[in-house]
Design a binder for this molecule. Structure first.
Ligand code: ADE
Length: 249
């Protein structure tokens, strides 16, 4: 069984609408929807924002459903200079950029795990990259309003792999972005849940992947770009990409 998680309802709405034979169960303040996504049994839920919400949701999910793999999908702020709005990032590894128990542990190290970075599952990643490429090449222009594609200057999005930095902060100034780039120069994009999902999946021994589409530049324009992208674009990326993922590329 595949678990699909997003932080926001807008990101997962179209995936949930695509489920056949769906049934829902509400527990712990979340609504878990199960059903078939193009023939694959899935459980799909939105966690709410931030590391605590993601961890609580995923711990419940992995305790209650026989999940064999998990994909977290949604939007992120672009950090790497070559990534623009509409590009897709598959996490090679993930870091909690706001974890700092120094001097007791190294900065970013998650106490008692010995880890500063979590490595996503290589097999899931290869399938996510293949699915993202197919979505971009085959479906993007048919599934997203041309006005929105023009607004965000999206034509042929890139599909990249790299470090995803997660923490309980929405990046919305050039100064904060510059600070993150200086502290963690190999960061591809920033969001608020992925590395928490990774930590819980590792604790449960469940293989996972995190895939993000860039909704904003994590800069002074982020508070303008993010809401429009989430409202009008994000759900098409999630549903289109995951359709290819469950069909096998
Ligand atoms: N998710 C999408 N955009 C983001 C940003 N600018 N900061 C943190 N998380 C985000």
């Amino acid at each position: 069984m595949l678990a699909i998680i997003s932080a926001m309802q807008e990101e997962i709405a179209l995936v949930q609408q695509s489920l056949t034979g769906a049934s829902s169960r509400a527990t712990g303040g979340r609504e878990f929807l199960t059903g078939q996504l193009h023939g694959t049994r899935v459980v799909a839920v939105f966690s709410h924002w931030g590391k605590v919400a993601a961890a609580a949701t995923i711990a419940q999910l992995l305790s209650s459903w026989p999940v064999t793999e998990l994909v977290f999908c949604g939007v992120a702020g672009g950090v790497r200079a070559d990534l623009g709005i509409g590009d897709i990032v598959v996490a090679s590894d993930l870091i909690q950029h706001d974890m700092d128990a120094s001097p007791l542990f190294a900065r970013y190290e998650i106490p008692l795990t010995g880890k500063t970075r979590f490595t996503a599952d290589a097999g899931i990643n290869a399938r996510l990259v293949a699915a993202a490429r197919r979505f971009v090449h085959e479906d993007l222009h048919a599934s997203i309003d041309a006005v929105e594609l023009r607004e965000f200057n999206i034509s042929q999005p890139r599909v990249a792999s790299g470090l995803i930095a997660s923490g309980d902060k929405f990046f919305s100034t050039g100064a904060d972005l510059a600070g993150l780039r200086q502290r963690l120069p190999d960061t591809a994009c920033v969001e608020m849940e992925g590395a928490a999902a990774a930590q819980v999946c590792e604790a449960f021994g469940v293989p996972y992947g995190v895939v993000r589409v860039i909704s904003d530049g994590a800069d002074d324009h982020a508070a303008r770009d993010f809401p429009r992208f989430v409202r009008n674009v994000a759900r098409h990326y999630s549903a289109g990409l995951l359709a290819h993922f469950v069909r096998g590329g």
